[in-house]
Design a protein around this ligand. Structure first.
Ligand code: SIN
Ligand code: CO
Length: 412
């Protein structure tokens, strides 16, 4: 039986400031239309769309228009400009200097800035409100700016998305159509036949949840800004290819790596008169090598933790310019606490932890504090002080500080 809201067990993330924390599994929340995350996940997640009026009342755009334009000008930020001038779709990839963008007085264009959570604390805090869904599934927070009539055209996405209106109004039309064929020859995915079934105008604070493959079209009514919280949904093909790559790398690392990585040999090869023919023996031998591939559940978890905590290709960590030595780092952190950098991904399971693509064993000592840091993304000063007896903890956090993976101070 589902727990009632007041029975909710306290979670390690409950100490976070309201604007940065996700609702607990059994907490009724306006974010989900006065439902609990458990109710939302059971009834809507991956199943059907949900419109939520005033999910975040009195919301302010995490970034103002000009701040968004400034982000789109950075080399390490992924941005796209989509125009629909004279009824023709066009798309360009950033970075864009502000004077390369069309005038804000011109109708029907939109700027999409991917991964805003990696570059801005307010965007990061907004995304953290959705951490009732595992970090391993959360992808990023995209922010789009559109002038009147602007949008990206009717399309569908292959992943779940929360479309949160943060400034101005946008008219959304959606439909659960089967025909997902796309207009050929366009630089972006636009549906050939869009058959909307429902329509709403979203105002600031309103939010629309869409599961994968629901056709949708959002058109700005006046200037507007929308934040999309997107999810990772790797395809079976991607997972298989990456897992096999992981296994191959592991074979090279094991103590019997030399044997595991032994070269193909064919001492019994006969001379041939048809040199172009693929030797049957080669197929047989390679078949025997491939039949030797085996893996355990631990390998799958290690692969997933490493793969899903891998920073995106454009992520660069900024190490402190003049890093404190370990003693000074500890003294300072005792006063300020520490927090994970916005770009750091820290995951764990019962055996291991995974940080920014690396995996290590989760020793009993680490179990005392690492899951807490991973879930709340910070260790407050008081908590840090209680942990400093453990020199392995301070040494590890000092290493992460020097790599730019953690920062001094509480969550902003
Ligand atoms: C947008 O924010 O303009 C588009 C988001 C989407 O349709 O997925
Ligand atoms: Co979409």
């Amino acid at each position: 039986m589902p727990k009632r809201p007041q029975d909710a067990t306290p979670s390690p993330v409950s100490g976070l400031p309201e604007h940065a924390r996700a609702p607990l599994p059994d907490e009724l929340t306006p974010l989900l239309g006065n439902r609990t995350p458990r109710q939302f996940m059971r009834r809507y997640w991956q199943k059907k769309p949900l419109l939520i009026r005033q999910a975040i009342p009195k919301i302010a755009a995490p970034l103002a228009r000009d701040e968004l334009f400034a982000l789109a000008d950075q080399d390490d930020v992924e941005s796209r400009l989509i125009t629909h001038f004279r009824n023709a779709w066009d798309m360009e990839h950033g970075p864009f200097a502000p004077d390369e963008l069309p005038s804000v007085r011109k109708r029907e264009w939109t700027l999409l800035v991917q991964g805003a959570n990696l570059h801005d604390d307010r965007a990061h805090a907004l995304m953290n409100r959705f951490r009732f869904i595992p970090d391993a599934r959360l992808d990023d927070l995209m922010i789009s700016y559109a002038t009147d009539g602007g949008g990206v055209g009717p399309h569908f996405d292959s992943y779940d998305v929360f479309l949160l209106q943060v400034h101005g109004k946008r008219r959304w039309r959606i439909g659960a159509q089967r025909d997902l064929s796309l207009k050929p020859g366009l630089p972006l995915k636009v549906l050939q036949h869009f058959e909307p079934e429902e329509e709403w105008v979203l105002e600031p604070g309103d939010m629309l949840y869409l599961p994968p493959h629901i056709a949708h079209d959002g058109i700005a009514e006046g200037e507007c800004i929308t934040a999309s919280i997107g999810f990772r949904a790797p395809s079976s093909h991607e997972l298989t290819a990456q897992f096999l790559y992981h296994l191959a790398e592991r074979a090279g690392e094991t103590p019997d790596g030399v044997r595991g990585n032994a070269r193909y040999r064919d001492p019994a090869q006969e001379p041939v008169s048809e040199p172009a023919a693929l030797p049957a023996l080669l197929v047989e031998r390679v078949g025997a090598i491939l039949a030797n591939i085996d893996w355990s559940e631990k390998d799958i978890a290690t692969f997933l933790g490493s793969y899903l905590s891998e920073p995106k290709a454009n992520v660069v960590f900024d190490s402190p310019e003049r890093a404190l030595n370990e003693q000074k780092f500890v003294e300072r952190a005792k006063k300020t606490g520490v927090r994970l950098d916005r770009k750091t991904i820290l995951l764990y399971d019962a055996r291991s932890y995974f940080v920014n693509g690396e995996s290590e064993a989760l020793s009993p000592k680490l179990k005392k504090w690492l899951p807490e840091l991973a879930n709340s993304r910070c260790l407050e000063a008081k908590r840090f002080v209680t942990l400093t007896d453990d020199s392995s903890m301070t040494a590890l956090l000092h290493e992460w500080y020097r790599a730019g993976w953690i920062l001094m101070g509480a969550l902003p």
